[in-house]
Design a protein around this ligand. Structure first.
Ligand code: CMP
Length: 226
């Protein structure tokens, strides 16, 4: 797919005319990152806005001992790096490519001009920030109130609601990241994540395949949360 066709599918640019898309392509630069590359580090100065064209990235916080917490995983047509450009503060988190990833990069001045000249983009970005804040609040709630089984149940249900497929036996989700990363989303170790998943499997609630989880009994999974 060429870049212009791709941009037509990006929600924040969906109202753009052909001419506006052409102008956008003049200011945006394509950049490729190999799997596991750090795209930028927390606390660096932020000068660019990033739009994901292909691949996926994780937004993380790390401790000095190298423990990692995942704030979010973002996919094609989603953006990151807007916060530093909007508030002038350093990068709030580190961003790492989870697989080979291509992005479009727009510099601070061009990004801010886009917002001034196209208030509908500013509104769409605000809407996304609001949805991200909701998700972050939910993550805080999970970490404050739920035990390990509750945390795993909630993250599986959230993924199922966002991008699960209903099939005859239940809801199938692609688990396109590792058990370690699943644990890192909800603040538990890889070992605990594996143990809890195994218990759910033994109880007939889920089936675990290599890269998929099949939710067989959604109500029982929901019961794990409270
Ligand atoms: P910035 O602070 O410039 O750099 C890190 C980026 O990660 C940030 O902009 C956002 O784009 C993104 N980010 C930070 N926190 C979250 C979150 N909780 N959910 C989704 N994206 C986030």
């Amino acid at each position: 797919m060429d870049l212009k066709d791709f941009l037509k599918k990006v929600p924040i640019f969906s109202d753009f005319s052909e001419e506006e898309l052409n102008k956008l392509l003049e200011i945006a630069k394509k950049k490729d990152f190999k799997k596991d590359t750090v795209i930028f580090q927390k606390d660096e100065t932020g000068n660019f806005f990033f739009l994901i064209c292909s691949g996926k990235i994780k937004v993380i916080l790390e401790t000095e001992e190298g423990r990692e917490g995942i704030l979010s995983i973002l996919y094609p047509t989603e953006f990151f790096g807007e916060m530093s450009l909007l508030d002038g503060e350093p990068r709030s988190a580190t961003v790492v490519a989870l697989e080979d990833t291509s992005v479009l990069i727009i510099n601070r001045e061009d990004f801010l001009n886009l917002l001034y000249n196209h208030p509908q983009i500013a509104l769409k970005i605000l809407r996304t920030l609001s949805l991200r804040l909701r998700k972050a609040n939910r993550q805080i709630e999970t970490l404050m109130f739920l035990d390990a089984p509750g945390r795993i149940a909630r993250v599986i249900i959230d993924i199922a609601m966002e991008r699960g497929h209903s099939i005859e036996d239940g809801i199938l989700i692609d688990l396109d990241f590792t058990r370690q990363e699943l644990g890192n989303i909800v603040g538990i170790s890889r070992e605990t994540a594996i143990r809890v998943l195994k218990t759910f499997e033994d109880e007939g609630i889920i089936d675990i395949k290599k890269n998929h989880i099949l939710i067989r009994d959604l109500s029982k999974l929901r019961e794990k949360i409270y």
